[in-house]
Design a binder for this molecule. Structure first.
Ligand code: SF4
Length: 148
């Protein structure tokens, strides 16, 4: 229904204990290497996996789990409706730009925001080469040439 694709690391049945209630839920579990537990992209990915699972199993998926292997830290990521809606709208806007081969919106060129953006490498390439088809070819070539 949402047109999302992805590979969930694991689907687990978890007992979620809130203040006074206890629920058994089927939810996605995403495993991450590395220490940083504040990466917004990881939370966004886990949240989007709740939508994938809703589609797949036709159930309401209220949250996902993010587990950092190095720190052994588990984070519960709630499926926040407004945030999910915002991500889907952004994805649709980007897909529309790419499908219609339009130029992308101008870069923010904010040292702070762009400097901390998870998509900065891709964004820089797209804007540097100036056209979406060329950028897509170049991005694929770079990934092919430099992946191990
Ligand atoms: S680097 Fe990130 S924040 Fe900056 S313009 Fe590109 S997508 Fe937007």
């Amino acid at each position: 229904m949402f047109g999302l694709k992805g590979m969930i690391d694991a689907t687990v049945q978890a007992t979620i204990i809130d203040h006074k209630s206890e629920k058994v839920l089927t939810i996605p579990l995403e495993l991450k290497t590395g220490k940083s537990t504040t990466v917004m992209m990881h939370r966004a990915q886990t949240m989007l996996y709740t939508l994938l699972m809703s589609d797949r199993y036709d159930i309401e998926v209220q949250c996902g789990l993010l587990y950092y292997l190095e720190n052994k830290e588990m984070i519960r990521v709630p499926a926040v409706r407004d945030e999910l809606r915002g991500m889907i709208i952004s994805r649709n806007r980007l897909a529309s730009y790419i499908r219609n081969r339009e130029v992308l919106p101008d870069m923010l060129k904010s040292r702070y925001t762009c400097g901390n953006c998870y998509a900065k490498e891709t964004c820089f390439i797209y804007h540097k080469v100036g056209s979406i088809p060329r950028a897509m070819f170049l991005t694929k070539k770079v990934l092919t040439d430099y992946s191990f």
